[in-house]
Ligand binder design. Structure first.
Ligand SMILES: *Cc1c(COP(=O)(O)O)cnc(C)c1O
Length: 398
């Protein structure tokens, strides 16, 4: 290849600015750096943002998912239906409680859990101990919640939404109109990991409309103490605390919450920028026969956490692995979402899953590639990414 001008576009760069710096310095200088007033504020702001009655800040989405299942009383011998096309955290937490993840295949258009496959798993009768469904709003596209709610009602199941990709995403629901993710299932769990739609460096949030579940999570997220145990170091506080239940150390510090408070104010702007980039990619790639652009269902506000492009291998002399390498040579960072969990050593050994179990997830995995779509991308970054994708395709057409 001749020497070409290279523009480096990382797969992701967080958008941290003066507001985040100001909030963090404010917290550092306040004399209170762990869970306290800034975390309360982050919870209030987030509850308002999604329209939820309760929002509980925790250390990460993994902890949020763990606490959600714990609060529902999921335990040994129980089964939880979820998707294999997700990050390991979704299914990992089911194992924390001694329960079993029951994977079902995904929809080939949205990559979300396929409600028809959920019904099959329940009707087959092989899974008699299913207590809950954990849909993942993959890439920021909300799942078909009308159908999942109907299934949950029919089989008396709880719903814990893995909303790690879904800050800002919404879906049209029967009888409710457009509804932001966070108030649909029994509990919704969000991530503020560095690469997610908004970040607090590390962090998570559980939302629910249920007072009892909220109270249980508040206590369990800090060693089983009263929620306001942190006040014991305050002037108003007392040295005494009681342990009410099994607990975990999942509280979020005020330093992290400070970043989150500033980021949440920018969530709308971030989503607009991500959407504009997705639109530019769709325009550029739609008519290229070797590429398949993402499908978006009607009635969905996609949050575009990820932009997942599919290659059509029958049109190309290269596979996905080489595509990633050639993009890197042009200075563009890409990634792959997701490696299906049932192909991983741990899930095969522990739960007996095999390659071939979920053909739709495997087909998508074999040819998907995630392009950069962070809100701080410049127009030149987007243009260079498009030019690089089309260049690699042109040079490697069959
Ligand atoms: C990132 C992610 C998680 C875990 O989030 P953390 O905040 O890092 O614990 C869970 N589920 C999905 C689908 C994710 O992408």
């Amino acid at each position: 290849m001749s020497a070409k001008p290279i523009r480096n576009v990382p797969f992701h760069r967080p958008s941290i600015g003066a507001d985040e710096e100001r909030e963090v310095i404010d917290t550092l200088r306040s004399g209170w750096i762990t869970t306290g007033p800034k975390t309360k504020r982050f919870e209030r702001d987030f509850a308002e943002y999604v329209g939820a009655k309760h929002a509980l800040a925790v250390a990460h989405c993994t902890g949020a998912l763990h606490l959600a299942l714990f609060a529902l009383g999921i335990g040994p011998g129980d089964e939880v239906i979820t998707t294999p096309f997700t990050f390991t955290a979704t299914a990992e937490v089911i194992g924390y409680l001694g329960a079993r993840p029951v994977f079902v295949d995904i929809d080939p258009g949205t990559f979300n859990i396929n409600p028809a496959r959920i019904e099959e798993a329940l009707e087959r009768g092989a899974n008699r101990n299913v207590r809950a469904i954990m849909p993942v709003h993959f890439a920021g596209q909300a799942c078909d919640m009308d159908r999942i709610l109907a299934i949950a009602r029919r089989y008396d199941l709880k719903i814990v939404e893995d909303a790690a990709h879904a800050v800002g995403s919404a879906r049209h629901l029967e009888g409710r109109g457009m509804v932001r993710i966070g108030t649909i299932g029994d509990l919704s769990c969000f991530s503020f990991y560095a690469t997610k739609n908004i970040t607090s460096a590390e962090g998570g949030m559980v939302t629910t409309e249920d007072d009892g579940l909220a109270a249980r999570i508040a206590v369990a997220s800090l060693h089983g103490m009263d929620r306001d145990a942190w006040k014991r170091y305050d002037q108003s506080g007392s040295w005494f605390y009681e342990i009410h239940d099994t607990g975990f150390k999942y509280n979020l510090s005020d330093v992290h919450s400070a970043i989150g408070v500033a980021q949440l104010k920018r969530a709308g702007e971030f989503m607009r920028r991500r959407t504009a980039t997705a639109r530019a990619y769709n325009e550029a790639f739609r008519s290229e026969p070797a590429l398949q652009t993402p499908y978006v269902e009607p009635g969905v506000d996609h949050a575009w956490h990820l932009y997942v492009l599919r290659l059509r291998p029958e049109q190309l002399r290269i596979g996905r692995g080489q595509f990633v390498d050639l993009m890197r040579e042009r200075g563009v960072g890409t990634s792959v979402h997701c490696i299906p969990l049932h192909l991983m050593d741990f899930y095969q050994k522990r739960y007996g899953y095999h390659a071939g179990d979920f053909p739709v997830a495997e087909d998508i995995y074999s040819r998907c590639v995630s392009l950069p779509i962070f809100p701080g991308m410049s127009e030149e970054d987007v243009a260079w990414t498009i030019e690089s994708v089309l260049g690699v395709i042109r040079e490697n057409r069959r």
